[in-house]
Design a binder for this molecule. Structure first.
Ligand SMILES: Cc1ncc(C[n+]2csc(CCOP(=O)(O)OP(=O)(O)O)c2C)c(N)n1
Length: 633
């Protein structure tokens, strides 16, 4: 049987289909996504939920003249398939393959790049204002999920768009879920609407009925706007968006293409901002994903028949050790609270939620709020621990400085996914945090080399009475024995792990074990390398570093962070401040680029941050005639 999808290579091809065929196409695309993601891994459940929506949007609009903006962009797979990338879809999230998020260099249909949430109304409004200034007429549709609508940015944009009255369509894709169950008053509000009558339709009916009443009808209908306004209050559940200046349409069945198309047409005829509320089922069409949307939000390759992951981790991940340590710490101190911005599973905080629900806070996708909330909790005598991915902490930088570090509140920030992250790519890399954190006055920053150090560092952070960051990588732990008790480490104390002669390697966090392995490999070539684990990026262990650096002619500094302003820069500043010039320094780290998607191991290899890479760099460094940065000469 010939497939409809075979014939679709652009949104234009879609328009040749009959509406009935669009449903058949949905099924074909759905099974194409399931088959592909089962091989590659990726964001499954969110994509299965928006197949009909994406088809309807491309059927109704003329992309790329009309613009579709995907919030987060993790649900853009059908869009990619319909916009000429079907044949490359098997490369999704693979090195040099398609990105898992919209990318302008991939397609003219990808208007805005995303990865972080809640930007689509702002960027859509920007496009709409530019269109108006350019005196053009294109339609702009921003698609945002109910989870992403919980962020401050989304409210800021709604507030602005509603006041301007610019033509902009916002589709609220409501599946009741963020990654986990969605949270917050707005989420409750939206779910109330889901069960309420179809407000827009009722208002139109009311207008029509009044205008038909003989004699008084036309007069009354003149003031029908006011009647409509009054009527809104009867259906309180629909009022918020209307009061903000949007025309509200919905809730619509987001899997009913006919219903979507009729309402998109209606929406196009309404001037000003319109919010189209659709309800969808996360994981639609794949039973395991419908049943467990949290598990299937983002998946590793899996077996379609039973939904099981193809590769189970051999060892636990750092996030899990973080969660387990939180339990231990919370047990002995009831002031300890755990905070997440919509990532209880990813950060490992879910076991804390289950054991201490009253001390667990999920703020929704609201990183800025999470940090300021923590500052208030600390001011109130609590010991909050905010578990957050490195890349999402970028959102809350001002709150870190302004609300936590200036007043010196004892807040712990547990920075997960620090370093190279893998297949999510540019937007999710945690490779800047050494640089952007170390310049904040008074902030303590530590990075464990293994899971045992992680537990002690977390304990230290929570008990040090100051703002403190502990940052650790994505992925599996080293697999060493864990101490039973927790101990407080001395702040700013590094460790000399290995004495050497020919070269000193200074490492921190995820580069420490590879540095030790590299030293072993060098030993086999008769080269004796010393290894220091700095443990703290701030404050640096000046005494340990200076004493040792002075003993060696050559020093190699290794970090999984961009070189600009990172840990290596901190060591060089230390040398400069102490007028230590007679030493050759080489730094290994990441270049001044946005790092694309691909396996972590591959990038560690490419940028010489794994044991072989460190060994090769060191070997070259100690050899004659090499080009090195000769510090200060
Ligand atoms: C600023 C930011 N914080 C957290 C995330 C992680 N994240 C990715 S998707 C997602 C849930 C989004 O929920 P929703 O918008 O409802 O989309 P759905 O997946 O349900 O379709 C979260 C929390 C992110 N991408 N950006």
């Amino acid at each position: 049987m010939s497939s409809l999808l075979d014939k679709i290579n652009s949104p234009q091809d879609l328009k040749a289909l009959r509406i009935d065929d669009l449903y058949k196409l949905s099924e074909e695309i759905r099974s194409f996504i399931i088959r592909t993601v089962a091989d590659t891994g990726g964001h499954l459940a969110s994509n299965l939920g928006v197949v009909e929506l994406t088809i309807a949007l491309h059927y109704h609009l003329n992309s790329p003249e009309d613009k579709i903006i995907w919030d987060v962009g993790h649900q853009s797979y059908t869009h990619k398939i319909l916009t000429g990338r079907k044949d490359k879809f098997y490369t999704i999230r693979q090195y040099k393959g398609l990105s898992g998020f919209p990318k302008r260099k991939e397609s003219i249909h990808d208007i805005i790049e995303t990865g972080h949430s809640s930007t689509s109304i702002s960027t859509g409004l920007g496009l709409a204002l530019a269109r108006d200034l350019n005196k053009r007429k294109e339609r702009i549709y921003s698609v945002i999920g109910d989870g992403s609508l919980t962020a401050g940015m989304a409210f800021e944009a709604l507030n602005h768009a509603g006041s301007l009255g610019t033509d902009l369509k916002v589709i609220l894709n409501d599946n009741g879920m963020s990654i986990d169950q969605n949270v917050g008053a707005l989420s409750r509000y939206i779910s109330n609407i889901r069960t309420a009558p179809r407000i827009h339709k009722i208002k139109e009916d009311l207008e029509f009925i009044i205008s038909k009443i003989p004699k008084i009808g036309p007069t009354v209908s003149k003031s029908v706007e006011r009647v409509k306004d009054g009527f809104k209050y009867i259906f309180l559940s629909g009022i918020l968006f209307e009061e903000m200046g949007f025309t509200y349409i919905g809730p619509l069945d987001g899997h009913n293409i006919n219903e979507l198309l009729v309402n998109f047409k209606n929406a196009d005829n309404i001037e000003g901002p319109v919010l189209i509320h659709i309800t969808t089922v996360k994981g639609k069409g794949y039973k395991p994903a419908e049943k467990h949307p949290v598990k299937y939000h983002g998946v590793n390759p899996f077996i379609i028949g039973n939904g099981e992951q193809k590769k189970e981790n051999k060892r636990a991940e750092y996030s899990q050790i973080f969660g387990e340590t939180m339990l231990k710490i919370a047990e002995e101190d009831d002031r300890v609270l755990g905070i997440t911005a919509a990532m209880p599973e990813g950060t490992g905080l879910s076991i804390f939620r289950d054991k201490y629900p009253e001390r667990y806070i999920d703020v929704g996708i609201a990183e800025q709020h999470a940090l300021s909330l923590a500052s208030g909790l600390a001011a109130g005598g609590k010991k909050p621990v905010v578990a957050i991915y490195s890349s999402f902490l970028q959102r809350a930088y001002d709150q870190l400085i302004h609300d936590i570090c200036i007043p010196e509140f004892p807040v712990t920030i547990a920075v997960d996914r620090s370093g190279i992250v893998g297949s999510d790519g540019e937007t999710h890399q945690g490779i800047y945090d050494n640089s952007f954190l170390r310049i904040v006055p008074g902030l303590i920053i530590m990075a464990p080399r293994d899971e045992n150090q992680l537990q002690h560092m977390l304990y230290t952070a929570v008990n040090c009475g100051k703002p403190a960051v502990i940052k650790y990588p994505r992925g599996e732990i080293i697999g060493i024995e864990m101490d039973q008790g927790l101990k407080e480490l001395q702040i700013g104390k590094g460790e000399l792990l290995l004495e050497g002669e020919d070269l000193l390697i200074i490492a921190v966090g995820s580069t420490v074990y590879p540095a030790l392995e590299a030293a072993e490999m060098l030993e086999r070539h008769g080269i004796r390398a010393g290894v220091i684990d700095a443990c703290f990026i701030k404050p640096l262990d000046g005494d340990l570093l200076l004493d040792n650096i002075k003993q060696y002619r050559k020093v190699l500094i290794v970090e999984e962070n961009v070189l600009n302003g990172g840990f290596g820069s901190a060591v060089m500043e230390l040398l400069n401040e102490n007028q230590v010039y007679d030493v050759e320094i080489k730094r290994s780290g990441l270049p001044d680029i946005f790092l694309e998607h691909g396996p972590q191991e591959l990038f560690r290899k490419l940028y010489k941050l794994d044991s072989t890479g460190i060994y090769e760099t060191a070997l070259e460094f100690v050899s004659e005639g090499l080009e090195v940065y000769n510090y200060g000469r």
